[in-house]
Design a protein around this ligand. Sequence first.
Ligand code: ADP
Ligand code: BMX
Ligand code: ZN
Length: 291
Amino acid sequence: MTTLAIDIGGTKLAAALVDDALNLVARRELPTPGSKTPDALRAALQTLVEPLVPRATRVAIASTGIIRDGVLLAINPDNLGGLLNFPLTKTLEAITGLPAFAVNDAQAAAWAEYHALHGDYRDMVFLTVSTGVGGGVVSNGKLFTGTGGLAGHLGHTLADPNGPMCGCGRRGCVEAIASGRGIAAAAQGELAGCDARTIFARAGQGNDQAIQLIHRSAHALARLIADVKAATDCQCVVIGGSVGLAEGYLAQVETFLAQEPAVYQVTLQSAHYLHDTGLLGAALLAQGEQS
Ligand code: ADP
Ligand code: BMX
Ligand code: ZN
């Protein structure tokens, strides 16, 4: 079987063909449409997948948002506004003429990264620090998705009761502070209006404010990881997303986590599959669905 894997994020859309041995070819990427209307997303997905469809036998989608029965609901509508109840699998089935399966992006990535650990650990958590902060939990070898798809949305746990409002409606979520959007939203003065990528570049040039913004994100993530260790007793936390994979970020999280008591320490690793982990996780889960 050749799976057409699709990853829908708040910033970018990716697609590739994945075979049963998890070889990934013909990867394509497009920006997530700025208008974020259902029509704009449908059109962008069509453009993205069209060249890949003739070689595919099924579709597997990893998408930001709560995925329930193939439908996408945003927990943080700021990340993917205007898409309340977007019929993800129906849309892709109509575009491709193939059967489609959909799962949350971080849940998919958790499954791919669990697979990459080759049985070293039975309990692990994946965190993406990207447009938002997403999570996926594998406990005793089983991926948690929840009956309503919400399981693992760890970016919406509390970092600071006096922190910024989160798009989900809660104040002070980890996502509002640590995510790419959270980093950008806190930038002031000369960095106001810059995205997280630019802020990382400025930090690399020694800009104090940029360095502090990244510290603030890494510190919130480290505290989240201590909470996650307390909740799951996981043996490993894997970090992905463009912020999570940015040079030096994981080392900062490790430094902040080391300041927590010994019981909360846990091995941290960068995502083995880097930016393809959502694509591969969706493909793996689709294999499981049909086996
Ligand atoms: P998505 O959320 O669509 O899955 P990404 O994982 O690429 O996409 O995350 C997007 C966020 O990461 C944005 O806030 C962007 O500014 C930031 N970003 C992208 N590239 C980099 C980089 N090289 N270093 C740091 N941050 C980055
Ligand atoms: C948000 C939420 C999660 C998602 C996470 C990371 C939406 C649209 N998304 O917390 O479902 O897993 O962002 O998403 O509410 P990404 O776009 O940063 O990859
Ligand atoms: Zn939130």
